[in-house]
Design a binder for this molecule. Structure first.
Ligand SMILES: Nc1ncnc2c1ncn2[C@@H]1O[C@H](COP(=O)(O)OP(=O)(O)O)[C@@H](O)[C@H]1O
Ligand SMILES: O=C(O)C1=C[C@@H](OP(=O)(O)O)[C@@H](O)[C@H](O)C1
Ligand SMILES: [Mg+2]
Length: 166
């Protein structure tokens, strides 16, 4: 009835990477709502933003989240902006949500430059700082556990989360 664990956090916190590692450790399926949105739209997220705008992306994302939260036994990674939606935050209340935290400097290094994350285009560091400041209370609100990822290897973080899941 519900995913084993749901990972939230800003871009570059490692949600997609760590969810894949967790799924393989736990023998579960990895589901990433960004991938679901891309499959549904038939194009990359960057093209959805360019062709139709952020609102269109958010609407596809919301539908992907509603479907994915029904996925029993999956390890689920959301996109960084998923928690902007109040209905999504309410839906997450009953789930095992882990907030992967990261500092601005480490997140900026991890995401680098590129079109894959259209919201960060322009000045990556400024964009990241603004969205991290605005969203931090929302990640904290939905999370049952917060894990600081700075200076820690993905395998090590996955091991800690497995331990937490018992
Ligand atoms: N703990 C970590 N330490 C160093 N690099 C990481 C870590 N977690 C993820 N990365 C790298 O950071 C980049 C962004 O990771 P990703 O999983 O796509 O983050 P998210 O889905 O949260 O945006 C990838 O290149 C990934 O390999
Ligand atoms: O922070 C955001 O609003 C977004 C984060 C991205 O996912 P990641 O957090 O996995 O990079 C992706 O959903 C989209 O580019 C929007
Ligand atoms: Mg991701």
């Amino acid at each position: 009835m519900s995913p084993v664990v749901v990972l939230v956090g800003p871009p570059g916190s490692g949600k997609s990477t760590i969810a894949a590692l967790l799924a393989s450790r736990l023998g579960k399926t990895h589901r990433d709502t960004d991938t679901d949105v891309e499959n549904e739209a038939g194009k990359p997220i960057s093209d959805i933003f360019v062709d139709s705008g952020e609102a269109a992306f958010r609407s596809l994302e919301r539908a992907a989240i509603v479907a994915a939260l029904q996925d029993e036994g999956a390890v689920l990674s959301l996109g960084g902006g998923a928690i902007l939606d109040a209905d999504t935050r309410a839906d997450l209340a009953g789930h095992n949500v882990v907030f992967l935290d990261v500092s601005l400097s480490e997140a900026a290094k991890r995401v680098g430059l590129g079109v894959a994350r259209p919201l960060l285009l322009g000045n990556v560091r400024t964009q990241l700082r603004n969205l991290m400041e605005a969203r931090r209370p929302l990640y904290a609100e939905v999370a049952k556990l917060t894990v600081d990822t700075d200076g820690r290897a993905p395998e090590d973080l996955a091991a800690e989360i497995v331990e937490h899941l018992g």
